[in-house]
Design a protein around this ligand. Sequence first.
Ligand code: NAI
Ligand code: GCB
Length: 276
Amino acid sequence: MTTETVPQKPVLLTGASGALGRVLTRALGEQGWALRLTDRAPFPAPLPAGARFQLADLEDGPAILRLAEGCGTILHFGGISVEHPFETVIGPNIRGLYHVYEAARREGARMIFASSNHAIGFHPRSAVLDDDCSLAPDGFYGLSKAYGELMGGLYRDKHGVESVFLRIGSCFPEPTDARMLATWLSYADLTRLIARATLAPSLGPAGSVVIWAASNNSRMTWWRRDGRAVIGWTPQDSADSYAAALEGKTSGDPVVERYQGGGFAGIDYSRAAPPR
Ligand SMILES: NC(=O)C1=CN([C@@H]2O[C@H](COP(=O)(O)OP(=O)(O)OC[C@H]3O[C@@H](n4cnc5c(N)ncnc54)[C@H](O)[C@@H]3O)[C@@H](O)[C@H]2O)C=CC1
Ligand SMILES: O=C(O)[C@H]1OC(=O)[C@H](O)[C@@H](O)[C@@H]1O
């Protein structure tokens, strides 16, 4: 038996011009994937063979539906990616997300949603979380990710749309502070995770899985059971080799150090844009 390494249908990647979108475009393009790329910002590098890019805003529903035509998987990485006032987040991350889920429903595509640790960021670091833990967003951004997971549940239960919810920790070239000794996800582990999430023949009886998306970091003691066995993903990298350099690099702020979401838990935009 041969293991499939390239999806049979094209894959739509939103947020292609962003940090992780560019990483995935390069890595999956090199593996011969047929990529349909989109972002509201131009793609800042040459496109790999087999990739097409189209500028679009996630808030433009008809454009998103057209882009998804014929795709078997949607990698949804577009949107606001850090804490911002509510009015900034709602368009891309809520209305835009709805357009992407509608596209997945119409195409019968599997959704791989870049959720975030900030969907559960108000859990204390002393808590040990399984994939069915309560959502505990640490701001408007985290709230939009929690809403995205709930929307995925609705589209699964009502329309049979499959979803992989990636609760990504901190995905950067390397960890840069003590918190990331727990939360870091290497680019290579992300790429392998996306491949397994896309190519896994089934997401099990539930039709959706939650993945704690961090590398094999021994300091990640907050996250336990998830759906990685269902898709066949095992992280291979680790932040441990950075420990000597980063262990003392904490914020000194008790709020930041207490919660899993770190600095986002301490940002307060609640009065940034009063209702009109
Ligand atoms: N990098 C990380 O450590 C983590 C990232 N994530 C999620 O992964 C995804 C990708 O993250 P990054 O690449 O780091 O973020 P990024 O900010 O570099 O990329 C996001 C992309 O979305 C695009 N975008 C924003 N609003 C849009 C709209 N209305 N229409 C079309 N495109 C729009 C932006 O132009 C940007 O290129 C995001 O959804 C983020 O929330 C989640 C947890 C951790
Ligand atoms: O918590 C973290 O480290 C990361 O979480 C996220 O969701 C953000 O997209 C990223 O910019 C943060 O650095």
